[in-house]
Design a protein around this ligand. Structure first.
Ligand code: EZ4
Ligand code: CO
Length: 414
């Protein structure tokens, strides 16, 4: 038996997704997610123009061999486009193998290590009252962990902070933007940023949150790579009294040694890696135990195979998973994350930003949510199928992640 077709479906049910559909000679279908937010068509081309023809006729059961063939065979190592393309192929092959075995994917990864997966929700607000309302909504829904993002006085719009801040079944904010009328964007929006104002404001917000919501609620915060190493150290230290589950992307992660400075100054747990695409991006961070959680997602890290290698490497150093789960990871990528989460021993927490009703009309999922916990479900394979007729009704529409500028106009990290 072998791979008969490998088709790329680019669709936009609410937001853009790149999905790979592999069909075998005996008619089994496997799905893979290759969505790279704001750069979707580059991965679609990599898959269509460079990988698809090399897959035809291959034995679909040879997953590790196919992974190595695509990774080593490319000559050009790593990178977000390559690793998202490999991820889609790898995930689709795991989906097929599990369907063939008649078991949910987590059974092939060693079986369940726990009964359910703790997730964290996204609460944000431009001011404290709207943030508190958002947190209260999630607590009432049963969430035990909430990520807190706040507006900063003097800044018009801060990335990761919703304008509406209504909690509920929809996500709290959408990272990529289109034109105001919903048509294709031609360039990113620009947002302003001021590090001193942020460093003054954030600890005060966390103090209020702890006061109002007590010591037990797990709190997280994402700093979106905006601090220099010493600013990052200061932030981690100033948030210590509020007992965060993690502080994320406190300084740009490609400067791995910078995390030594942060570690020397603080016991606030650290998470990073959502923009990484390989275990090699983490070598110093993991072997020197400079972080506590790895944030990669299967979609951006070579699929189930790439992610399993990373998670096992992290486990040796006592570092846990905190898999990236924004709306720009498709339900197919989300399902891959959930099967891994359930199987590995070093699970930490899973990010959960529910997809819109329109996205879920296109992607039929069998994972379930109950009072702050997810489960991948017991449907054979990944448990997610793309309805191609619904997909066809929603053509790709360009959207961009924003660009950050300091108040004097300098382009800044984010
Ligand atoms: O900025 O998914 O932790 N989550 C995040 C996300 C990312 C987007 C980028 O595509 O930081 O909002
Ligand atoms: Co993040």
């Amino acid at each position: 038996m072998s791979i008969s077709t490998a088709d790329v479906i680019v669709t936009s049910p609410g937001r853009n997704f790149v999905t790979l559909k592999i069909v075998t000679s005996d008619g089994l279908v496997g799905w893979g997610d290759a969505t790279l937010n704001g750069r979707e068509l580059s991965v679609a081309s990599y898959l269509r123009d460079h990988l698809a023809s090399t897959l035809l006729g291959r034995d679909e059961d040879r997953i590790e061999d196919t992974w190595q063939y695509l990774y080593r065979g490319a000559y050009w190592r790593r990178g977000p486009v390559t690793m998202a393309a490999i991820a889609a192929v790898d995930t689709a092959l795991w989906d097929i193998k599990a369907k063939k075995a008649g078991v949910p994917l987590y059974q092939l990864l060693g079986g369940a290590s726990r009964d359910k997966l703790r997730v964290y929700a996204h609460a944000s607000g431009n001011d404290y009252p709207s943030l508190a309302r958002a947190i209260r909504g999630y607590v009432d829904e049963g969430y035990t962990a909430v990520r807190i993002q706040t507006g900063v006085p003097g800044l018009e719009r801060v990335y990761g902070v919703s304008d509406t801040a209504e909690p509920g079944e929809r996500y709290d904010y959408e990272p990529a933007h289109r034109a105001a009328d919903g048509s294709a964007a031609t360039r990113p929006e620009e947002e302003d940023w001021d590090t001193p104002a942020y460093l003054r404001h954030v600890p005060a917000i966390f103090e209020k949150v702890r006061e109002e919501f007590g010591p037990e609620l797990r709190l997280l915060h994402d700093a979106h790579h905006r601090m220099s190493p010493i600013e990052a150290a200061r932030l981690a230290k100033s948030l210590e009294p509020y007992d965060l589950l993690w502080l994320e992307d406190v300084t740009p992660g490609e400067d791995q040694e910078a995390f030594r400075l942060v570690r020397q100054h603080s016991t606030t747990p650290l998470a990073t890696g959502e923009v990484f695409n390989s275990v090699h991006d983490y070598r110093t961070l993991i072997t020197e135990r400079l972080i506590d959680y790895v944030r990669s997602a299967p979609t951006h890290t070579g699929g189930v195979t790439g992610m399993k290698k990373l998670l096992d490497f992290a486990a040796i150093y006592g570092i846990r998973s905190g898999i990236h789960g924004p709306t720009d990871v498709s339900p197919v990528g989300m399902a891959a994350a959930l099967h891994l989460d359930l199987a590995i021993h070093n699970f930490g927490i899973q990010e959960y930003m529910p997809h819109s009703a329109l996205t879920l009309e296109a992607f039929r999922t069998s994972y379930t949510f109950d009072r702050g916990f997810l489960h991948p479900g017991d449907t054979p394979g990944l448990g997610v199928e793309l309805d191609e007729q619904v997909a066809a009704r929603h053509p790709y529409t360009a959207a961009y992640l924003p660009v950050n500028r300091l108040l004097d106009g300098t382009v800044h990290d984010w």
